[in-house]
Design a protein around this ligand. Structure first.
Ligand SMILES: Nc1ncnc2c1ncn2[C@@H]1O[C@H](COP(=O)(O)OP(=O)(O)OP(=O)(O)O)[C@@H](O)[C@H]1O
Length: 232
């Protein structure tokens, strides 16, 4: 397994949000995390990055336990993160935002990795533009480019298509597909568009109230499961 959690409970203050959470993600796969608002999807991402207050249980990358590691070191071990809301620094340029990702790279040479520019021609043509001026879709490209600058083995994406115009949702989906299927980057993403999840995902993981309630191949995600755990 490239990334695995074993019996993880993760807290904000004294409140457990993720509870006895276990799953494994094989190298090269795309796993879609699904569940209603507030069930703990973002907390799952933050727990993997070491950004919740505390967690118990084991989190491993390539078999090495990282559950006590600092966020910075988790990034260095190959976990890229595109947070919900994207976390773009508006006052900084496109170039500066991407370079932030390279700080977590052991071999950083102060240059923007070629792949970031090759994948996103708009960013390449607008490196000196202030990031706050970008559209939602362009900011999402920037957040993905910054995460790729880490040279990740696995990329965590929290609602990558949230708040993005419908015609751009498809484009972001295609980019993620390329990262996964052509460049072999393992993906863990939360996604509210079932259509995008079905197209991208190899497997799904359904969360309800902080627990894994169903998991399997994306083809097994049927209407009964969707009705039970996703629709209101
Ligand atoms: N920083 C925090 N401090 C305390 N409680 C938090 C914090 N962040 C989230 N929570 C609580 O943890 C629970 C899970 O939230 P989380 O954001 O992980 O859900 P989610 O599934 O990602 O939802 P959404 O789709 O709305 O983003 C919620 O009850 C939320 O109130």
């Amino acid at each position: 397994m490239l990334l695995a959690m074993d019996n993880v409970t993760s807290y904000y203050g004294k409140t457990p949000i993720l509870k006895q959470f276990s799953f494994g993600l094989e190298e090269g796969k795309c796993l879609c995390v699904l569940g209603r608002n507030g069930v703990g999807k973002t907390t799952l991402m933050r727990t993997i990055m070491g950004l919740t207050d505390r967690s118990t249980g084991a989190i491993a990358i390539n078999g090495a336990d990282i559950s006590a590691a600092q966020t910075y070191d988790r990034a260095k071990l190959g976990i890229g993160y595109v947070p919900q809301g994207r976390g773009i620094l508006s006052e900084f340029t496109v170039r500066e935002n991407i370079l932030l990702g390279t700080f977590a790279r052991p071999d950083s040479d102060g240059q923007i990795p070629e792949i970031c520019l090759r994948l996103f021609p708009y960013l390449k043509a607008n490196l000196d533009r202030r990031a706050g001026l970008l559209s939602g879709g362009q900011k999402q490209q920037l957040a993905i480019a910054r995460a790729l600058a880490v040279d990740p083995k696995v990329l965590l994406l929290d609602e990558p298509t949230e708040g993005i115009q419908p015609n751009i949702v498809h484009e972001i989906g295609e980019t993620l597909m390329m990262l996964n299927k052509e460049l072999g980057i393992t993906l863990l993403l939360t996604e509210q568009h079932i259509k995008v999840a079905r197209r991208l995902g190899d497997d799904f993981l359904m969360i309800d109230n902080g627990r894994v309630v169903a998991t399997g191949a994306i083809g097994d995600l049927d209407d009964a499961l969707i009705h039970k755990h996703l629709t209101i």
